[in-house]
Design a protein around this ligand. Sequence first.
Ligand SMILES: Cc1cc2nc3c(=O)[nH]c(=O)nc-3n(C[C@H](O)[C@H](O)[C@H](O)COP(=O)(O)OP(=O)(O)OC[C@H]3O[C@@H](n4cnc5c(N)ncnc54)[C@H](O)[C@@H]3O)c2cc1C
Length: 335
Amino acid sequence: MKDFTYVLPKDAAEAARAAAAPNCALKGAGTDLVDRMKEGVTRPDTVVNLLTATDLRSPIREENGRIVMGGAITLAEVAESELIRKVAPGLADAAAEAATPQIRNRGTVAGNLCQRPRCWYFRNDTYACSKKGGETCYSIEGENKYHAIFENVTCNIVHPSNLAPILQVLGGTLHVVTAKGTDVVPSDIAVKDFWVRPEEDISRENILVAGQVIREVSFPIPRGTTGSSYVETREKASFDWALTSCAAALTLEGGKIASASVVLSSVAPTPLQLEAVEKWLVGKAPSDALFREAGTKATDGATPMRDNAYKITLTAVVVRRALSAAAARATGGGK
Ligand SMILES: Cc1cc2nc3c(=O)[nH]c(=O)nc-3n(C[C@H](O)[C@H](O)[C@H](O)COP(=O)(O)OP(=O)(O)OC[C@H]3O[C@@H](n4cnc5c(N)ncnc54)[C@H](O)[C@@H]3O)c2cc1C
């Protein structure tokens, strides 16, 4: 690992000012960043440790009809929060399913959203892949078992964060501070607008630029007749990322689906909002047959690679299970 300057800011504003320096990396718990630094994939001149910024540790709370939390709240705190479990159990499930107990005890919400993809060609510094400025996406002809089955055009990474799809489904917002000269300006970014597709800029996965820090994350408290869920499949029970995942929120009125939000993850470079499936669900009565058909519809347009067609079947499964769980919670009331 090469030498770097280490900054311990007292708050998000100081962190943003420090992060405006060239070739600077922000560090939450470092479970992703330090791994990349050790592999030589990320070689920052400056590292800003966000864990000393007290406002990033603002507690999980209810505020003006929203749930708000600091960007450095841990996955374990989200998973164990009684408030989140009550109003948005899908988010608690997503946090509880991520990684391992050790990583959940350290890994932060903002770090989880901004973690870099797990593509083994990207993570290995001996491969000059197109994401790292090279000319080839090695997964096209190489090992692509864990790669994308949707939107796999220029770069076949899959989005790795458990929290991303469920925060998108819940209509989440990222509260960001940006250093502009000596000023620090707050702004809000909707989670759905946060992602960058490889065709837009292959070198990054979200719209954050140097000098920007996620200070807090929030989402509106779902209505009483809304149920939320997060379901994933993976090879191992722990210490692993999802093969396919789906987050869903359904609002029921008079026994029918009044609104639906469904987002796939782990199957495309960014979280994938299933707008056609959402429209198709609205006005229909929830049933296992309906959700099974929705699962099949969710796989329309998939373009699997040599080794990952199995993800089509698993996608249909997670969509059906996520919709069933969301509907059950919606009828249970208050979730
Ligand atoms: C074995 C293993 C299994 C895992 N399985 C899963 C899984 O199933 N699901 C899942 O979702 N994750 C999984 N992970 C990833 C893990 O959850 C993330 O590494 C962790 O959540 C990242 O949080 P962190 O605070 O350590 O981030 P860091 O490593 O500190 O940072 C990650 C990235 O986020 C940026 N960043 C951090 N905080 C901010 C901020 N406030 N503002 C702007 N940018 C910021 C950093 O610059 C960096 O680029 C797994 C990890 C391991 C090692």
